[in-house]
Design a protein around this ligand. Sequence first.
Ligand SMILES: Cc1ncc(COP(=O)(O)O)c(C=O)c1O
Length: 371
Amino acid sequence: MRIAPFKLERYFAPYEFSAPYLLCASDCESLSVAGLLQLERSQAESLRTLRLGYTQSGGSWELRCAVAGLYETARPDDVLLHAGSSEAIFSFMNCALSAGDHIIVQHPCYQSHYEVARSIGCDVTLWVGDEHDGWSLDPDFLTRNIRSNTKAVMLTVPHNPTGYLMTHPTQRAILDIAAAHGLWLFSDEIFRFLEQDPAQRPAAAADLYERAVSVGGLSKTFGLPGVRVGWAVTRDRGILSRMTVLKDYLSLCNGAVDELLGAIALRHRDVLHSRNLDIVIANLHLFDDLMARHRSSMSWQRPQAGTVGLVRYTGAGGTAQFCREAISKAGVLLLPSAELEFGDDHFRVGFGRINGPQCIARFDDFLTATR
Ligand SMILES: Cc1ncc(COP(=O)(O)O)c(C=O)c1O
């Protein structure tokens, strides 16, 4: 298979573990194994005596039950575990799409949402939200762009990188259009439960529509990307069984330690996501002050959910150059929109880390010095 490099991941590679001020990460503050076991001390012995053999290919029943518990209607049989949601994205596209198909993808987005389709030989239409209206999506765009070979709509709810949270009416309208045309609705919900106003949380797509595939995982909301657990949830048994077959060629099964730690995390999910949401909100307040101080060179639509936001840079030069200077002069890592294949006017910031205050202060100093 031939696939273009994943720009964001390659951009991060040299910096992610060395940049002193990581201000664009999309994951939340992580925990140590000891920190996780603090939530359920009895599991320390289970971890010590855990057998490190192969695990069930669909995922342990216990963990599938825990994942199903995140949804209104899903049963454990509707859940397929993966080694991270990235694997679920790759697998869905390879199972649902063929060369010559067309898909419509909310953009900017995680590159795999369209790059895997391109590698299969699909046509891709990028669906960019309205920046002036908080990056909202207009369902009429979808109607206008559906072709006879359109097979799927790819969404990220809540959205990375803008923090846009789809409204209930917009979600309903998109689902109705998808249903009318028999399209797959792929909904990447890895930032779910990080809505600043939980009343605005859209339903999981898999709870609403037979041909929806909701994808989630432990990496973002729960702050555990080192526990490689992601999942796909759908009522469509056909796609789930094709993805199960493909998994035999991918990770084969999840790590036994990951499954055990993942089940603990989901049993204590409220503790984890409310801790992480508190971190995000505190960092956002600090960033609000920064934005107010530097409004001559930056503007944004404040994120409503998730861990990231997209800032429009209106100063001199493009954001690729601006971000290069931020890392080289101040050690602050930002993500220029070019790495998201989204022009050169924006950069992504992230709010999920506990050292957010230091990162924001450092960025503030950098902006002041370069004014
Ligand atoms: C929208 C989105 N989906 C999926 C992923 C992949 O996450 P993981 O494979 O760690 O579950 C990411 C990672 O940044 C992401 O931003």
